[in-house]
Design a protein around this ligand. Structure first.
Ligand code: PFF
Length: 461
């Protein structure tokens, strides 16, 4: 059902860029990118990742923002309106719905991990990492994951703050939050990077991140790079479509999207350059996995001069990054509730975060190892052992690639070329390169990756 709700618009191009960069930059950049880079051999992985961002991520993001701006509604309703415009089946609205659902599901576990970051602000400020043995710090992390009441407390706080920001509306909530949070986050990141460069092993970091050793790159590393490119740019999660729906008509989609993708990439690389000198300088492993930020880094901060202050700054920075992503993930659902049920924004935000709270319990109790949260089956090519693994795999490996694929097909094959060209409004040359990429390269690359994942074709090494 299409509606005529006017959601309003960003007050400037900068507001959109800050909000979309805020969505893009998050736990994915600071927590996930450094550890998957570490696990997949450093420099060579970075190169593949950059290719995925520029050759696949940017074209898809342009398509999503374009859909949003032309439709001006929540993702499902926008795609539906454009399908009608193209005289195609309204079943295409599923493309928008998959995004909205993916964003919602991602937030259900993202809020739990964001909760760890927020709780670490207090752990660090209280001096709990100072001089602590690696075992003690591992115990702090394990205890946090095993203790349901603590996890629930922090998850509730994260969702409540997210709901408060989103409930205040576009200009007073989202826009204000990103205007303060993004510059602060960036400044804090630079402070940590400077601290790391002075006190850690910067030379080894540069060698590790920028010297490509292709013998360390596996085919599964390539798949991880592509999946992460989607996640880090917030693609196929409703976020870029809904943020595009608030974009003023005269703003250039292409220029803004390139700026957002570059900002996201630069921040991921700076995060690596902030974390690895500290890790290497303290003789810790690059391949520490998900514990890199929550175990290795606190161990290092605990040993270093000024560790309390800089450790606390680090987790405040991570918290800011997480919140500006969380608001983007829930916004599509909120816009839909406003359209469909005529809710006020406040009521819509409350409804969304309360529903999310219940779904996030699946992740909380997966971490604590509750019997009822255990699973044991193969789902789309991967064995899952609890609800968290199921939701993580369903979103990152299934909904995101398929959503990206469907978006590319919808814009490049279903929408009328003239409508697309009019909305994008770029030079003919830029348009043809983008259009051909979206028509051919993106679907083939994504399909190939997806088929490999579910085991229909295999190139794994
Ligand atoms: N891009 C965010 C990150 O890298 O942490 C995650 C994310 C945000 C995914 C918003 C999806 C989304 F809609």
């Amino acid at each position: 059902m299409s509606t005529n709700v006017d959601h309003g618009q960003w007050s400037s191009r900068l507001a959109f860029i800050l909000a979309a960069t805020g969505s893009a930059v998050g736990l994915g950049n600071v927590w996930k990118f450094p550890y998957i880079m570490g696990e997949n051999g450093g420099g060579a992985f970075v190169i593949v990742y950059l290719v995925c961002i520029f050759a696949i991520g940017i074209p898809v993001m342009m398509a999503e923002v374009l859909i949003g701006r032309r439709g001006r509604q929540s993702p499902g309703n926008s795609v539906r309106a454009l399908a009608l415009e193209a005289k195609a089946s309204t079943k295409w609205s599923l493309v928008g719905w998959v995004g909205l659902i993916a964003g919602f599901l991602i937030l259900s576990f993202y809020a739990v991990i964001a909760g760890w970051a927020v709780s670490y602000i207090f752990e660090s400020a209280a001096g709990n990492f100072v001089g602590a043995s690696p075992e003690k710090i591992q115990t702090i992390f394990n205890d946090l994951q095993n203790d349901s009441s603590t996890l629930i407390l922090w998850t509730t706080i994260v969702l409540a703050v997210t709901g408060l920001i989103v409930g205040k509306g576009l200009k007073n909530g989202l826009e204000k939050a990103v205007t303060y949070a993004m510059p602060t986050m960036f400044l804090l990141l630079l402070i940590i990077a400077g601290y790391a460069a002075i006190n850690g092993d910067f030379a080894q970091t540069i060698r590790f991140m920028f010297y490509p050793d292709f013998s360390k790159l596996t085919f599964s590393g390539v798949l991880i790079a592509l999946g992460h490119a989607f996640f880090t740019l917030s693609l196929a999660s409703g976020a870029m479509m809904i943020y595009g729906a608030y974009l003023p008509q005269k703003t250039s989609i292409a220029q803004s999207v390139v700026a957002i993708a570059i900002a996201d990439t630069v921040i991921a690389l700076i995060a690596g350059m902030a974390i690895y000198p500290i890790v290497f300088g303290n003789g810790l492993e690059a391949t520490a996995g998900p514990g890199l930020v929550f175990v290795s880094l606190p161990i290092a901060f605990g040993q270093m001069w000024g560790g309390i202050v800089f450790g606390t700054i680090f987790f405040v920075m991570l918290g800011f990054a997480a919140f500006t992503s969380a608001i983007a993930m829930v916004e599509s659902a909120v816009a839909w509730l406003v359209e469909r049920l005529s809710f006020t924004r406040g009521k819509a935000a409350l409804t969304a975060v309360v529903s999310l709270w219940f779904v996030s319990m699946l992740t909380v109790f997966s971490f604590t190892g509750a019997e009822w949260a255990k699973l044991d089956f193969v789902f789309v090519g991967k064995h899952v052992s609890n609800y968290f693994e199921l939701i993580d795999h369903l979103t990152a490996d299934v909904l995101l690639p398929l959503g990206g694929l469907a978006t590319a097909i919808f814009v490049a094959w279903v929408m009328q070329k003239e409508a697309v060209a009019q909305e994008l409004n770029v030079s003919e040359k830029v348009f043809s390169v983008w259009y051909v990429t979206l028509r051919w390269f993106t679907p083939i690359a994504v399909l190939f990756v997806f088929l490999n994942l579910i085991g229909l074709v295999s190139f794994s090494s």
